[in-house]
Design a protein around this ligand. Structure first.
Ligand SMILES: NC(=O)c1ccc[n+]([C@@H]2O[C@H](COP(=O)([O-])OP(=O)(O)OC[C@H]3O[C@@H](n4cnc5c(N)ncnc54)[C@H](O)[C@@H]3O)[C@@H](O)[C@H]2O)c1
Length: 259
């Protein structure tokens, strides 16, 4: 199988028809690929992002697929905005079936030089944002006795990375959070899993100098950087009926970097 073929979408039936999927950070790159994959599987979409214009563009692409979609300019670090967003979603759609906590940022620095606001902003968006959104959907999901929560972590949360102690702490936190909430919600029919991407080709990695890219590539057993669709495929599987017996797991989408 070629690289291109392996990155193609796998779940394309209508298995999520009638379901409502919320994707935070869904305006671009990985979040957008996830939102479109879930829509192609039949889900209606709720795109949450601080970039209102691009979030609405993603929502428009979902509507072009024949699904319903709305976008919210919601900052995941603001508990009030998050509660308001979920209230409006429940008001409009009457349900929340899938939550993908994907919004994330990096503010890299060596620990010696790390500024408090670099530490706090990364922990706030990546970890506190995941906490706020998860907490906000728990009630409607428990009421429905079903739900899928998928949190985007990173292999950096497992391996660590020099210059990313704040990011690594936030992503390791997401993994511990996901496993704990998985245990709390399993008896209510709600599964909670994490996806840990490795090096994914996005705007962030495309600007790297060629020799740095080559260095990354040689450290990856599958010898290529991932693409957003690789991550979206894992999320699509976890959201699908096929993954109903999987909870509390971390799926690495990293070309074999962590094994
Ligand atoms: N790109 C990679 O190589 C890689 C690797 C491992 C993990 N990840 C994780 O995957 C996720 C998506 O990464 P990406 O590369 O697509 O990033 P990206 O920067 O392209 O997209 C992140 C999105 O989150 C939004 N966002 C940021 N702060 C927000 C906030 N406070 N409230 C709401 N939305 C906010 C941004 O506007 C943006 O649209 C992140 O959690 C990231 O940590 C990425």
């Amino acid at each position: 199988m070629s690289d291109q073929q392996s990155s193609q979408e796998l779940m394309s039936s209508d298995c999520l028809s009638g379901q409502v999927a919320i994707v935070t950070g869904g305006a671009q790159n990985i979040g957008k690929a996830i939102a479109l994959s879930l829509a192609r599987m039949g889900a209606d979409g709720v795109i949450v992002d601080v970039d209102a214009e691009k979030a609405e563009e993603t929502a428009g692409e979902i509507r072009d697929l024949g699904r319903k979609a709305i976008s919210f300019r919601t900052n995941v670090t603001d508990g009030g905005e998050v509660s308001e967003c979920i209230e409006k979603v429940v008001e409009k759609f009457g349900r929340v079936d899938i939550l993908v906590n994907n919004a994330g940022i990096t503010r890299d620095n060596l620990l010696l030089r790390m500024k408090d606001d670099e530490w706090e902003s990364v922990l706030d968006v990546n970890l506190k944002g995941t906490y706020y959104f998860t907490k906000a959907v728990v009630r409607p999901m428990i009421k429905a006795r079903r739900g899928r929560i998928i949190n985007i972590a990173s292999i950096v949360g497992v391996m660590g990375n020099a210059g990313q102690s704040n990011y690594a702490a936030s992503k390791a936190g997401i993994i511990g959070f996901s496993k704990s909430v998985a245990k709390e919600l399993a008896s209510r029919g709600v599964t909670v899993n994490a996806v840990a991407p490795g090096f994914i080709e996005t705007a962030m990695t495309r600007v790297l100098p060629e020799e740095v890219r080559k260095e990354f590539q040689s450290a990856i057993p599958l010898k290529r950087l991932g693409v957003s669709q690789d991550v979206a495929n894992a999320v699509a599987f976890l959201a699908s009926p096929a993954a109903g017996y999987i909870t509390g797991q971390v799926i690495h989408v990293d070309g074999g970097m962590v094994m």
